[in-house]
Design a protein. Structure first.
Length: 166
């Protein structure tokens, strides 16, 4: 089964997935940090982060095998394990217990999307920042503040004001 996995070692700032290219792998992040972002009119909009023991992929592209509309960039040098869509499909057919793992990965992805929606619609920037710190306290040490501000949907200046009040 392990022969289906490929170790991927990439440096800070490299891209795991680029918009316009089809994402053919599901990744497990053993060590490092990533961010998912959209490039909208030349401006990066960060919408998720991943750290050790997270799975990462461009889910729409991976599932449909269509070109990605997002980018996944390394925030730190990272070690990942990749499995191709074809190999994952074969494993799922051969070992049904793996289906549970994949279901959990997809559930986690869905929950992340729903949390982003609820946060954007119903919480203040200060509440979003405080919840982010509770969920991932190490984030301010590992992620540039500009990416954190983008993730929270605020300017870097607003983030600085929030941080100074807390």
């Amino acid at each position: 089964m392990y022969h289906n996995l490929e170790q991927v070692v990439l440096s800070k700032h490299e891209h795991l997935v680029k918009e316009g290219k089809t994402c053919r792998h599901l990744y497990f992040l053993q060590h490092g940090a990533l961010r998912g972002y959209y490039n909208i009119d030349g401006k990066d909009t960060t919408y998720w982060f991943a750290f050790e023991n997270d799975f990462a992929t461009s889910f729409h592209s991976f599932t449909t095998q269509q070109p990605a509309i997002e980018n996944i960039q390394l925030l730190e040098g990272s070690v990942l394990w990749a499995i191709s869509k074809d190999n994952l499909t074969k494993l799922l057919e051969q070992y049904h217990e793996i289906e549970r793992l994949v279901r959990i990965v997809y559930e986690k992805y869905y929950l992340r999307l729903e949390e982003r929606f609820v946060n954007a619609q119903f919480k203040t920037a200060t509440e979003r920042y405080q919840e982010m710190l509770l969920a991932t306290p190490h984030i301010v040490e590992r992620v540039p503040l500009g990416h954190i501000a983008s993730y929270l949907g605020i300017s870097q200046e607003t983030l600085s004001r929030i941080r100074s009040r807390l």
